[in-house]
Design a protein around this ligand. Structure first.
Ligand code: SF4
Length: 349
């Protein structure tokens, strides 16, 4: 990297690039590491904060680079403790992140977005109604974690314990930035988080799951299944037409054999669509390939979408049937019903 007068976001550069720049302006190499730690360990949002650098170097940095953090725009807290935030990006786009506290288990999870909008058009999803505008860069994903962590500390006097890439967008279609953000969360120069506390949630893009397996980062994987046969899945998730269930299962088996990472299925129960005993049997059949846990989720209805949530009784019968078959499963009651809880609803406003 050579010095340039065009201001670019320094957070898009790797340590080696910053070292090169530091040497080009006549500073010792170790300064690059200090700058990197300010950016990723201490989340400095201006060069003035980097107080162990000389005034002259801070001025030089400000001449060449900018830092473009995301900014909190709307905050909503549900009566059940769920907190949803909308953030504005440097170019005016909006994304959302959700803090889901489970105080009795000391579990505080942030759900982060990976794209502005989404290209996959799942029929039941508020984000799917928006076009994909752009990928988030790694810093924008990392910022969601850091800002929600501050809110978590202030509200619950506890740091975040987990992160799931389950907000707006498909993380495996923004692979490079998703992986870099995981590096920032887990690296010693970043937040030093254990990879097992991170889960990527995907609709199931087989070749990207294989690639993720080969990267062997130690993270977990959640598959947004929502239907247990190809006909129904094609109907609600167009991605299934090019990545059918068998192909996805093959890639998951590879992921499990390669990484031994935890795999879970997310299954939103829709009334009269996927909540019968026959559906439960098909779902159970998809649990034979590797150890897997199923999260059956109550649907949060969104305006303009024909799906509604399953009746509580139907859902109980469905869950009992799976349990009788020895399937590890949990029913997740919908959270944040009194706020714009469905993914993409707040950002879409
Ligand atoms: S469910 Fe996920 S992949 Fe499908 S449209 Fe919504 S954000 Fe995109």
């Amino acid at each position: 990297m050579t010095s340039t007068k065009v201001q670019v976001d320094i957070r898009n550069f790797e340590l080696e690039d910053i070292k090169e720049w530091i040497l080009s302006v006549g500073e010792p190499k170790f300064r690059a590491k200090q700058i990197f730690e300010w950016l990723w360990k201490k989340r400095a949002v201006s060069f003035d904060e980097m107080t162990n650098l000389s005034h002259a170097l801070r001025e030089k940095l400000a001449e060449h680079f900018i830092i473009r953090p995301i900014v909190l725009d709307i905050y909503q807290k549900s009566s059940d403790g769920t907190i949803k935030c909308r953030f504005v990006l440097h170019d005016g786009f909006k994304i959302e992140s959700v803090l889901i506290p489970v105080e009795k288990d000391n579990r505080y999870t942030v759900c982060v977005s990976s794209q502005v909008g989404c290209s996959l058009s799942c029929k039941f999803c508020a984000t799917g109604q928006m076009k994909r505008m752009r990928n988030l860069d790694a810093g924008e994903i990392y910022d969601q974690y850091v800002l929600i962590n501050e809110i978590c500390q202030e509200t619950y006097d506890h740091p975040l314990t987990n992160v799931v890439y389950m907000g707006m967008g498909e993380p495996l279609l923004n692979y490079k930035n998703t992986m870099r953000s995981i590096e920032l969360l887990t690296a010693p120069y970043g937040l030093n988080m254990a990879p097992r506390r991170i889960t990527i949630s995907t609709v199931g893009i087989a070749k990207m799951i294989t690639k993720l397996a080969d990267a062997n980062t130690g993270i977990n994987l959640a598959i947004s299944l929502h239907a247990a046969d190809d006909v129904k899945r094609n109907d609600i998730m167009p991605i299934n037409e090019t990545n059918n269930l068998q192909t996805v299962m093959d890639s998951l088996r590879y992921f499990y054999n390669t990484t031994k990472g935890r795999i879970s299925y997310e299954y939103i129960a829709f009334k009269d669509f996927n909540d019968t005993i026959e559906d439960a049997n098909k779902l159970a059949a998809l649990c034979k390939y590797f150890p897997v846990r199923i999260n059956v989720i109550e649907y949060n209805s969104i305006p303009g979408v024909m799906f509604v949530k399953s009746n509580t009784d139907t859902l109980d019968i469905f869950a009992r049937h799976l349990k009788k078959k020895g399937i590890m499963m949990t029913v997740r009651r919908s959270r944040g019903k009194d706020i714009d809880a469905a993914c993409g609803q707040l950002a879409n406003q």
